[in-house]
Design a binder for this molecule. Structure first.
Ligand SMILES: Cc1ncc(COP(=O)(O)O)c(C=O)c1O
Length: 402
């Protein structure tokens, strides 16, 4: 079946052409973070959602649910639990159980909840930088001590970012209790290899840490035939201390339906987490749960087609970056985010924030590397139509080109 990833979808004025039934149906009442944070003229390649319509099977399931018309409190359907079990077994070779799953209203809430549930006030919560910005705020927001270890920058332009095990170990103190880990990694797009993770696993065990493995981008591995290996599968000895986070939100573009899942094999850990979060988060989003089941159950052909589109976009971007003096990028191995090193760009010399400079001078909104703990970089979201991407790259050419 052919899916349409080419026709631009109007997100700035989303209701254009629709028949409007009333004020809540006005396009101005459907704003998106991506398209409405900056001015009308700005092309947004920042926040991590895509400009693609979700899989047809998801839309169909949502329409049927909306037609039911009653949106009272729901329950997580057994069929959704079974569907995720089947997805996990098929795609990761991990036979999880239905009752290992705690469905939650998002991955970022889960990071915070894990900190509250698994650590005490003042304990250290560790992460590696650069990192998706909310990771950097979890410790402080939950009354814990933030701890960070820097990754190793690419040995040469275009080489991969690496985990710096020595830096990670140096950041661990007797108070460290929890590691917030991102696998695959946002923003570098790294897909960690087993030999890299082995050192991490050894540290985690030796220091008795809990791990939250945020695997939100794991269904978007870009290499042909690549297969995600959850941390808890690569190192079964870690499974009892690991909380694995998955969601259909990045893969199937459902972030606004606020639905994610924590997979916790260890019964004691699961009970502890469940008890600590009671009352802090709403019950499942009834539309999000329906969408998740349709996505995991029927969305794979769409996902395969999406991966092909993203590979093409990654190639187009890499060709462009190669033409921008002083700008480098390690090709992302997963997802639709590219991490650009802009520190040596002569066009941006003297600029405090390359992100701001590109916003003002090119009219393209990227994510600021400083927010990820790494100034001088910017993250570019290529999860958009080829037309939109090309328009943004042409604008960037105008500033960054030689
Ligand atoms: C690694 C990672 N974790 C979490 C999130 C956000 O997840 P949620 O919207 O479910 O809170 C993102 C969004 O970009 C992400 O990239």
């Amino acid at each position: 079946m052919a899916f349409d990833f080419a026709t631009p979808v109007e997100r700035r004025h989303p209701g254009a052409g629709l028949q409007h039934g009333g004020p809540s149906n006005r396009p101005s009442n459907w704003p998106s973070q991506k398209w409405h944070r900056y001015g009308e003229e700005v092309l947004p390649l920042w926040v991590a959602d895509m400009d693609f319509i979700s899989p047809p099977a998801v839309l169909e399931a949502l329409r049927a649910r909306v037609d039911h018309g009653v949106f009272g409190y729901g329950l997580v359907p057994d069929s959704l639990r079974e569907t995720l079990c089947a997805w996990s077994e098929r795609h990761y070779g991990w036979p999880i159980e239905p009752d290992w799953q705690l469905w939650l209203p998002g991955v970022v809430p889960a990071l915070h909840l894990a900190s509250l549930a698994l650590t005490e006030p003042g304990d250290g919560v560790l992460t590696v930088t650069p990192i998706y910005p909310p990771f950097l705020q979890v410790a402080e927001r939950t009354g814990r001590t933030p701890q960070q270890a820097a990754m190793a920058e690419p040995a040469a332009p275009g080489e991969p970012w690496r985990l710096d095990l020595a830096a990670l170990e140096a950041a661990i103190t007797p108070r460290t209790r929890l590691l917030l880990w991102c696998h695959p990694h946002n923003p570098t797009g790294r897909v960690w290899r087993r030999d890299e993770l082995a050192g991490l696993a050894e540290l985690v065990e030796r220091h008795g840490l809990y791990v939250v493995s945020d695997e939100l981008h794991c269904d978007l591995l870009l290499e042909e035939g690549a297969r995600h290996v959850p941390l808890a599968v690569a190192f079964p000895e870690l499974a009892a201390r690991t909380l694995t986070l998955w969601a259909p939100s990045k893969t199937f573009n459902l972030a606004g339906l606020t639905t994610a899942c924590a997979v916790i094999p260890d019964a004691t850990l699961r009970r502890r987490f469940a008890a600590a979060i009671k009352g802090l988060v709403p019950d499942g989003n009834v539309l999000g749960l329906v969408a998740a089941e349709a996505a995991y159950g029927q969305g794979d052909p769409w996902r395969q087609a999406l991966l092909e589109v993203l590979r093409n976009h990654r190639r187009a971007l890499a060709e462009r970056v190669a033409r921008w003096p002083g700008v480098t990028m390690s090709a992302p191995e997963s997802t639709y985010l590219a991490w650009l090193d802009l520190r040596e760009s002569p066009a941006l010399a003297g600029e405090d924030s390359p992100q701001r400079a590109l916003l003002e001078r090119a009219g393209v909104a990227l994510s600021d590397g400083a927010d990820f703990g790494w100034p001088g970089f910017a993250r570019l979201n290529f999860g958009t139509t080829a037309t939109q991407l090309e328009a943004a790259l042409a604008r960037l050419d105008g500033v960054l080109g030689g």
